[in-house]
Unconditional design. Structure first.
Length: 132
């Protein structure tokens, strides 16, 4: 089994989770990305979120949320994505940048519009009563 190791930033407001859609895609993803060599989780997540959403994460507010693993979207069967998730405050205004075409706020009824690993995260957030 091949494993894609990714990081994600979970931002919830009013019972909805921040999600993004990349250019040329129809599915939504929780924002984040992959580490570059030598980066800590926070350094990688800060860089990815700044590149994708034009905001800066506040390091002292970051909190580990959980690790979720599922079949990787748009990859052959057996390739899994492991998503290490964090919450945390940010400064700036959320704006799509780089490969991001759209920024949306989704609630639980929109779970079907997301990737398989995001389905697990949506279910967990619903169980925690954080997602409407």
């Amino acid at each position: 089994m091949k494993l894609i190791d990714k990081l994600a930033w979970i931002e919830i407001q009013d019972g909805k989770i921040l999600s993004t859609r990349s250019k040329g895609r129809t599915i939504y993803y929780i924002p984040g990305g992959k580490r570059e060599a030598g980066e800590t989780d926070f350094q990688a997540l800060r860089r990815e979120i700044q590149e994708e959403l034009s905001v800066n994460l506040k390091e002292d507010s970051m909190a580990f949320t959980g690790i979720f693993q599922a079949q990787a979207d748009s990859h052959p069967e057996g390739i899994q994505v492991k998503m290490t998730c964090y919450t945390g405050a940010y400064t700036g205004t959320l704006l799509p940048a780089s490969e991001i075409a759209e920024v949306v706020w989704l609630n639980y009824k929109h779970k079907h519009l997301t990737s398989p690993v995001d389905h697990l995260i949506f279910d967990w957030l619903k169980e925690q009563k954080l997602l409407q």
